[in-house]
Design a protein around this ligand. Structure first.
Ligand code: ADP
Ligand code: MG
Length: 566
C-alpha cells in the first residue's frame, strides 16, 4: 500500500461526531444497528449492481454480514461482502457530511432553536455512531470488481483527523473494526451482541453471523469459536401478518428509519391478483425537525422488486402531504432494472401509489377512530402537513376531511379540538353553514369581535390559526353538504337563528336615521380605505369591525405579504 495520508475532518463532521457522542450516549447500542444497516445497504447495492455485472458476485455469492468480537484485543468487527468502496468513495462518504438536512439541523441547534438533539440520529451520521463506543475505528474496504491491492484502509480516533492509505484487502466488501473504549467492553459479550442483533436487526434481509469468542475453558466451542446465524434474515414484509408480533414490526421500523422511538402505528397489506405487491407503512411518533420544509427522501419509502432493494422512492410513491409516512413497497411486477424515469410514467406505479395513499389514510383513520392521546399526538406532529392534502389531493378529500381537527368556540379551552363530523352533529336547528374564522394566532381568533353575535346565539365557530388554514379554506367549499362560511367575510345572515332579532326589530325605527348620519360621516372619514360602511347585526358588544369581501384575503395574510414587500 501507499504511505498513509492524514486528512482533517470538516468542521461540520467534527461537530456532528461530538454531538453524536454526547446526545446519543443513552442509546449507545444504536451503533451496532447503524453498522449493520450500512452493511445491509452495501449488500442491497451489490445485489442490484450484480444484475448488470454478474461477474462481481462470482466466487463469493453468499451475501452476508459477520460480527466478530475479540476479547483479547478488545475489538468488535462488523464485516460485509457487499459493494465496498473505492478510495474516492471513502473520502466522499466517510468524513464529510453529505446530507443537507444534517447541515440545517446543526444550524438550528446553533441558533438555539428547539431541535431535539436526539434527532441527530435521523440523518446520515450512522457511521460516526461507532465513536460513541470506540476509541478508534478502522475501516477496510474493497470495491466490487476491483483487485485486492486496490483496497483502502481508513483509520480515525474520531478527534479531528483520519488517515487513509491503499492496502491489500483479500475479499470484496467492507470491515469496520472498533477498538472499544475501556468501559464499553460489554459489547464483546456474545449473549449481549446476539440479543441486540435479534432486537434490532432480526429481519435484515441478509444472514448475520456471529462468532463465538473462543472459550478458554469451554468444551463445546472450537479453537477459533464457531459462527452462528443469529437473525431470521427474512424480509419481514413478506411474512404473513399472523406470524408477526408487535415487537417484530417495531424492531423492523427502527432498522428502517433509524428512529429511537417506536412508531405510532403501522399497516401491512399484500395484494395479489393482476398486480401483486406488498406495502408495509408506518407513522413515526415524532416529526423530523424540518418536516415543514421538505420530505426526507432517504428514510421515506423503500421500493423493492421481489425483495431486491431498488431505490428510495418516496417521491414517486407518496404525495407531498404524506411525506411523514415511512415503509416498504415490494412489487412483483415491476422490472428489476426499473429507473426513475420509468417510475414517473408507469401505470403499475400509479396504481401502487394510489394504494399507498389509500392505505396510509386508512391507517391514520384507524388511529383516529381509536381516538384518545395517540391521535392527539399524531395531530400535533403531522396535522398541518395532512391539511395540505385537502388542496393537493382533491380525489381523497372526503377521506382526509374527517381526520382534521380544529379549535372551536364550543369549549372554554379551545385546545380541546373538534372534528368536522362532530361539529355538524352539534349544528343548531336551522343552521345551514359551518362557520369558521382564520387569524394569525389562536388568541386573536378567539377574541375576534366577529364572534360576538355567534357566541350570543350559541352558534359554534371553528377557530383556525395555522399558517395553512387560510390557503386550505380557499379550496374547501363544503363538508357533508354544508358550505363553509367565514364569519369575517361578506354578509352574515343568521336569519331565523338569531335570538336577538326581536330586540333589533324594535330598535330599528328610532336608530335608523341616526345610523344613516353616523355611517355617512364615518364613510367620509375613511374615504378610499374601505369599500363601504354599513350597519350590521354581527356585533353585540363592540362598536365596529372590519369585514372582508367574500373573495378577499384574510387581513393577517395581507399584512404578512405587505411585510414581505409584495
Ligand atoms: P447513511 O447510511 O445514512 O448514508 P452513514 O454515515 O451510515 O450514513 O454512511 C455514510 C456512507 O458511507 C453510506 O451512505 C455509504 O455510502 C458509505 N458506507 C458506510 N458503510 C458502508 C459499507 N459497509 N459498505 C459500503 N459503503 C458504506
Ligand atoms: Mg447508515
Amino acid at each position: 500500500g501507499s504511505a498513509p495520508e492524514v486528512h482533517a475532518f470538516q468542521a461540520e463532521t467534527r461537530q456532528v461526531m461530538r454531538l453524536m457522542v454526547h446526545s446519543l450516549y443513552s442509546n449507545k447500542e444504536i451503533f451496532l444497528r447503524e453498522l449493520i444497516s450500512n452493511a445491509s445497504d452495501a449488500l442491497d447495492r451489490l445485489r442490484f449492481a450484480g444484475l448488470q455485472n454478474p461477474e462481481w458476485l462470482q466466487g463469493d455469492s453468499d451475501l452476508r454480514i459477520e460480527i466478530e468480537a475479540d476479547t483479547e484485543s478488545g475489538t468488535l468487527t462488523v464485516r460485509d461482502n457487499g459493494i465496498g468502496m473505492t478510495r474516492e468513495e471513502v473520502l466522499e462518504n466517510i468524513g464529510t457530511i453529505a446530507h443537507s438536512g444534517t447541515r440545517r439541523f446543526l444550524e438550528q441547534l446553533e441558533a438555539g432553536q428547539k431541535a431535539d438533539r436526539q434527532q441527530i440520529g435521523q440523518f446520515g451520521v450512522g457511521f460516526y455512531s461507532a465513536f460513541i463506543v470506540a476509541d478508534s475505528v478502522t475501516l477496510l474496504t474493497r470495491k466490487a470488481g476491483t483487485a485486492p491491492e486496490q483496497g483502502v484502509r481508513w483509520v480515525s480516533d474520531g478527534e479531528g483527523e483520519f488517515s487513509i492509505e491503499t492496502a491489500d484487502v483479500p475479499g470484496r466488501g467492507t470491515s469496520v473494526v472498533l477498538q472499544l473504549k475501556e468501559d464499553e467492553k460489554e459489547f464483546l459479550q456474545h449473549w449481549n451482541l446476539k440479543q441486540l442483533v435479534q432486537r434490532y436487526s432480526d429481519h435484515v434481509g441478509f444472514p448475520i453471523h456471529l462468532r463465538r469468542d473462543p472459550q478458554p475453558d469451554g468444551d463445546k466451542a472450537g479453537e477459533d469459536g464457531e459462527w452462528e446465524q443469529v437473525n431470521t434474515a427474512t424480509a419481514l414484509w413478506a411474512l404473513p401478518r399472523n406470524e408477526l408480533s408487535d415487537s417484530d414490526y417495531q424492531g423492523f421500523y427502527k432498522h428502517l428509519t433509524h428512529d429511537v422511538d417506536d412508531p405510532l402505528c403501522w399497516a401491512h397489506n399484500t395484494v395479489e391478483g393482476a398486480q401483486s405487491y406488498t406495502t408495509l407503512l408506518y407513522v413515526p411518533r415524532k416529526a423530523p425537525f424540518d418536516l415543514a420544509l421538505q420530505r426526507d427522501e432517504r428514510h421515506g419509502l423503500r421500493l423493492y422488486v421481489n425483495r431486491v432493494f431498488i431505490m428510495d422512492a418516496a417521491q414517486h410513491l407518496l404525495p407531498h402531504y404524506l411525506r411523514f409516512v415511512r415503509g416498504v413497497v415490494d412489487s412483483q411486477d415491476l422490472p428489476l432494472n426499473v429507473s426513475r424515469e420509468l417510475l414517473q410514467e408507469n401505470v403499475l406505479v400509479d396504481r401502487i401509489r394510489a394504494a399507498v395513499v389509500r392505505r396510509s389514510l386508512d391507517m391514520i383513520g384507524k388511529l383516529n377512530e381509536a381516538g384518545g392521546d395517540e391521535y392527539a399526538a399524531f395531530w400535533k406532529e403531522f396535522g398541518t402537513v395532512l391539511k395540505e392534502g385537502v388542496v393537493e389531493d382533491p380525489d381523497n378529500r372526503e377521506r382526509i376531511l374527517p381526520l382534521l381537527r380544529f379549535e372551536s368556540t364550543r369549549d372554554a379551552d379551545p385546545a380541546d379540538m373538534t372534528d368536522l363530523p362532530a361539529y355538524v352533529e352539534r349544528m343548531t336547528e336551522g343552521q345551514d353553514a359551518i362557520y369558521f374564522i382564520t387569524a394569525e394566532h389562536a388568541q386573536a381568533a378567539a377574541n375576534s369581535p366577529h364572534l360576538e353575535v355567534f357566541r350570543k346565539n350559541g352558534i359554534e365557530v371553528l377557530l383556525m390559526s395555522d399558517r395553512v388554514d387560510e390557503w386550505m379554506m380557499s379550496y374547501l367549499h363544503e363538508f357533508d353538504g354544508k358550505p363553509f362560511k367565514s364569519v369575517a367575510k361578506g354578509d352574515i345572515d343568521l336569519g331565523k337563528l338569531s335570538q336577538s332579532s326581536p330586540d333589533a326589530d324594535e330598535g330599528e325605527p328610532e336608530s335608523g336615521q341616526l345610523d344613516e348620519d353616523l355611517i355617512q360621516r364615518i364613510d367620509a372619514c375613511l374615504g378610499d380605505r374601505v369599500s363601504a360602511v354599513r350597519a350590521s347585526q354581527r356585533l353585540t358588544d363592540s362598536a365596529s369591525c372590519l369585514v372582508l369581501g367574500e373573495g378577499e384575503m384574510a387581513l393577517h395574510l395581507q399584512k404578512m405579504l405587505q411585510q414581505a414587500g409584495q
